[in-house]
Ligand binder design. Structure first.
Ligand SMILES: [Zn+2]
Length: 604
């Protein structure tokens, strides 16, 4: 997982430069960061070296200066210079925010770290947002903008223009209300607990019981969670009813017929349409569902059951204990390094550099936030990886995934426009998901051959199984926002149609209500509308990179690295093409990839 930053956020409202400890008056606890003083990629020329980026009184004059300077740019070269100044400020704010986030997640038990992060989010970000917008307006309205080199600024221009064009003052209170409802959803779902074996457990904690070899335990755990969610079904529906109405209004205010069309523009989806997404759904139904059904049948046989029930999907079908790829995190880092050495010398150097700069905090320990992420220190232009390794195969997948993101950050080091040092999510995840597939070729660094194959099989089955869920969540949202005034019953019926189309051979009898309400657990539907298909698009890219590497390992890696080096400077189809992939989501793209997965699974 990466931190959720919608693309426009990266482009315009970014909150992420370098702080020199000695030069900064206000220090919120820089000793809480795992890495030491990081060398700046480039010396600052606009943001004062000693500026305190946690103090709005010091930040505001920088925005004032940029706003005043824009109209005074009387040559294209001066306007470009202005863009670089703006970039420098964005990178400085971006890095400040990242450092505070990193410190907080590495020390959840330190109130100072939490307070420093919250102060930034609550006091700085809301003030930054409207100022970024004003700078975007100055840029879009600038008479010399058409004289900038078009190839260089095409992507930046269209992204910036969209944010200015979609802004409606009357939508500001509606967006605040939307954020409030989103928070209500998070609060409601985050607070759900069940009593299991005399202990109170969160629904996330209950997930591990679905991996229990004892089927009765799995069923009991699954039923408890399903029942608990159903008790709140009315509330989830109520929140969603309000969200859907609000979103329709936001779209109308911006001059769109429906919220889907509005969001496609807002998310800067210039290079694919709603019809392309529908083609993706069709391709998944036609090409992926047969293999999903076949794998489900095999699972049924291995488990020795007559029908697969919802609680039979996560357990190892042969009842084996979990794989143990390493004992100590140092071993994980060492073996991962070995994998990169076998893959590519440049990537291996990048990972080594991260170790030398202490840009990894990988071991699980008390006082760390859960999960894993990669974050970029935007002014030093180096990546940082956070995770909670405990010695499981999923840790190996996570480090390979996050390293892919880190390689992406390292590849754009020389790019001076901050907005271009990150790519749209559809391509960011190509960087990371490709690295999982490419790295998995060398899992013998961790395992004996049979175990390595078991890990590969689990990974490939995971890829196959995620496609239908992505299609379901995406298709459902297309339906939701193009059927205004729908009733709850119609909504449930639309969901059930999709469950029939993409659910495979799972027997839900006796649990029809849980099945009809399954979408309540998918946070994106409530909080990040339409943000999900990106993972499907990226997986198509990653599978193509992997397929290319099967034919020509050296060539595939060269293209992969070249594409990463473009950052966000080119439109998506060009990023994909540089990586040696088609940016196309129909059956003709998917079919050979599914064939490859089927062939590879046959060898394992
Ligand atoms: Zn990711």
């Amino acid at each position: 997982m990466v931190l959720f930053y919608p693309h426009f956020y990266c482009q315009l409202l970014a909150v992420f430069c370098r702080l020199q400890r000695e030069e900064v008056g206000y220090v919120w606890g820089m000793d809480l960061l795992p890495f030491g003083r990081l060398p700046a990629h480039r010396a600052r020329r606009f943001v004062p070296a000693g500026a305190n980026l946690g103090d709005w009184a010091q930040i505001a004059p920088l925005f004032d200066r940029l706003e005043e300077a824009a109209p005074a740019c009387d040559t294209a070269a001066r306007l470009e210079h202005w863009l670089i100044d703006w970039s420098e400020l964005n990178a400085a704010l971006d890095e400040e925010s990242s450092k505070r986030y990193i410190a907080m997640t590495c020390h959840t038990d330190n109130p100072e770290a939490e307070q420093a992060y919250l102060e930034f989010v609550e006091k700085i970000e809301p003030q930054v947002k409207p100022r970024q917008f004003r700078l975007a307006q100055r840029y879009v309205a600038h008479p010399l903008r058409p004289q900038l080199p078009p190839g260089r600024y095409q992507v930046f221009d269209r992204d910036t223009q969209v944010q200015v064009e979609l802004f409606r003052p009357e939508n500001v209170p509606l967006e605040t209300e939307e954020a409030r409802l989103s928070q209500q959803y998070q609060k409601l779902s985050g607070a759900l607990t069940v009593q299991f074996r005399g202990e109170e457990k969160t629904l996330v904690q209950m997930g591990r019981y679905l991996e229990e070899p004892d089927r009765a335990v799995r069923q009991e755990a699954w039923e408890l969670v399903a029942k608990r969610r159903l008790q709140e079904a009315e509330q989830f529906d109520e929140i969603f009813d309000q969200l859907v109405k609000l979103r329709a209004q936001i779209a109308r205010n911006a001059g769109f017929e429906n919220y889907r069309d509005y969001v496609f523009r807002k998310l800067c989806r210039f290079d694919y349409t709603a019809a392309d997404c529908e083609r993706f759904h069709e391709a998944v139904a036609a090409e992926v569902m047969p293999i999903v059904r076949r794998l489900q049948g095999e699972r049924c046989g291995k488990l020795g059951v007559t029908a697969l029930r919802p609680w039979d999907l996560a357990v190892d079908p042969l009842g084996r204990p979990p794989l143990r790829p390493f004992e100590q995190v140092d071993q994980m880092v060492g073996h991962t390094q070995q994998i990169f050495e076998q893959l590519d010398a440049e990537l291996a150097r990048g990972f080594r550099r991260m170790q030398d700069l202490r840009l990894l905090d990988l071991a699980n320990r008390k006082g760390k936030a859960p999960g894993g992420y990669q974050s970029t220190l935007a002014e030093a232009r180096v990546p940082f990886i956070f995770m909670n390794a405990v010695g499981l195969q999923r840790d190996v997948e996570t480090i390979l995934h996050e390293a892919g993101h880190a390689f992406h950050a390292l590849a754009t080091e020389e790019e001076d426009l901050h907005a271009y040092r990150s790519a749209p999510i559809e391509f960011c995840e190509v960087a990371s998901m490709s690295m999982e597939l490419l790295g998995n070729e060398f899992l013998e660094a961790f395992y004996a051959p049979a175990e390595a194959n078991r890990a590969r099989r689990t990974h490939l089955e995971g890829i196959v199984n995620i496609f239908p869920w992505i299609a379901t969540v995406d298709a459902f949202q297309h339906w939701l926002y193009t059927h205004s005034g729908h009733t709850r019953e119609e909504r449930a019926a639309a969901w059930l149609d999709l469950m029939d189309r993409f659910g495979g051979e799972v027997d839900w009898s006796g649990y029809e209500k849980a099945r009809a309400n399954l979408w309540h657990r998918q946070l994106h539907i409530f909080i990040h509308p339409f943000y999900y298909i990106e993972y499907g698009i990226a997986q198509l890219g990653a599978l193509q990179v992997w397929a290319n590497s099967k034919r020509d390992k050296f060539g595939a890696l060269q293209s992969y690295k070249a594409a990463l080096g473009l950052g966000g400077s080119r439109p998506l189809p060009e990023l994909f093409s540089a990586a040696g992939c088609k940016f196309e989501f129909s059956r003709s793209t998917l079919a050979p990839l599914v064939d490859l997965v089927r062939t590879e699974l046959g060898k394992l």
